[in-house]
Design a protein around this ligand. Structure first.
Ligand code: NAP
Length: 285
């Protein structure tokens, strides 16, 4: 039986530390504040929004919600982002993505001031992930993978890690962050030939392909730790990860479940970034 890397205790440990930092900020006259910007009413956005609001409230963060119609114009979102940029009482902003197709998502991401980009969506934040310099924040989900490994005592230093997926949201940043923590990283994607052979050699396997069942038993090795980032609609009606859990779990050392794994950690990481942004703003005066 593998160890199940549940996200809830990781999120609670992070939240515990953050409550003290939020109190300190409030004592200094600053209430850390997150802006949530949603376009339309996609069920997964709404569900993440509810979880983020709950987490913020439990830590002592203020939340300001902006909700625009699905068919809103680019200019309407630009107005909201400018308002968020200018409001000194807002320290971080999460814009739900993907945006509807008629919008220029890349341009809207870049409009957000880098100091408030707490989910690593601007080129400035990603450059911090790449260079280790600057004041950008990593995408929360990528950071959540590292928090999960750290909490369960799985140090990536010196280990061979395989990452499946190369998106800017997860695959690429998490690979760079693991490399910065001295892992040797192999990146796999949809054009990788013989992916099971690469993955079997990995001591840690991070799966972020967005395809249910992409990893089965032939990808595994007995001492392997698997972090499943995928979120897919399951045939039974709920959600499932990218890994065939029932098949893989008995064959590895540890695995994160879906739901209840990485996804449960991301809102805590989001709050951590907002508090960090508020602390920086306070220090700047
Ligand atoms: P994405 O933009 O669609 O990227 C998927 C990546 O996986 C691409 O690089 C793609 O390769 C690769 N890929 C797809 N099918 C593959 C296959 N059969 N074999 C190997 N590689 C394959 O998705 P994303 O935004 O990175 O998200 C990935 C997953 O994470 C999704 O399920 C998403 O819902 C989930 N997610 C979870 C959280 C959370 O909080 N837990 C947050 C965000 C996203 P190519 O580059 O070659 O096309």
């Amino acid at each position: 039986m593998a160890e199940i890397l549940k996200g809830a205790p990781v999120a609670e440990a992070i939240s515990c530390q953050l409550r003290a930092r939020a109190e300190e900020l409030k004592a200094g006259g600053v209430t850390p504040c997150l802006a949530l910007l949603r376009v339309g009413e996609r069920p997964d956005d709404l569900s993440y929004e509810r979880a983020a609001v709950r987490r913020c409230e439990s830590i002592g963060l203020r939340v300001v919600q902006f909700a625009l119609e699905e068919d809103c114009a680019q200019e309407q979102i630009e107005v909201v982002i400018r308002q968020i940029n200018e409001d000194e009482a807002i320290h971080g902003c999460l814009m739900f993505r993907p945006l509807p197709e008629h919008l220029d998502e890349a341009a809207l991401c870049e409009l957000l001031t880098p100091e408030k980009d707490v989910d690593g969506m601007t080129a400035g934040s990603l450059s911090t992930v790449l260079t280790g310099r600057g004041r950008g924040f990593a995408p929360c989900t990528a950071q959540a993978c590292l928090e999960l490994l750290d909490y369960y005592g799985c140090d990536p230093a010196g280990k061979h890690v395989a990452v499946i997926g190369r998106s800017l949201v997860i695959g690429r940043p998490v690979a760079l962050m693991l490399q910065a923590r001295d892992a040797t990283v192999t990146m796999c994607h949809s054009k990788t030939r013989d992916m099971p052979a690469f993955c079997r050699q990995a001591e840690i396997l991070v799966v972020a392909a967005g395809r249910a069942g992409v990893v089965d038993r032939q990808f595994t090795a007995p001492d392997q730790v698997i972090v499943d980032v995928g979120v897919n609609a399951s045939p039974e009606g709920g959600i499932c990860g990218d890994v065939c859990f029932a098949q893989v779990e008995p064959a590895v050392r540890a695995i994160s479940p879906v739901p209840g794994g990485v996804g449960a950690v991301t809102t805590a990481v989001l709050c951590k970034h907002v508090i960090e942004a508020a602390e920086r703003a306070l220090a700047k005066g």
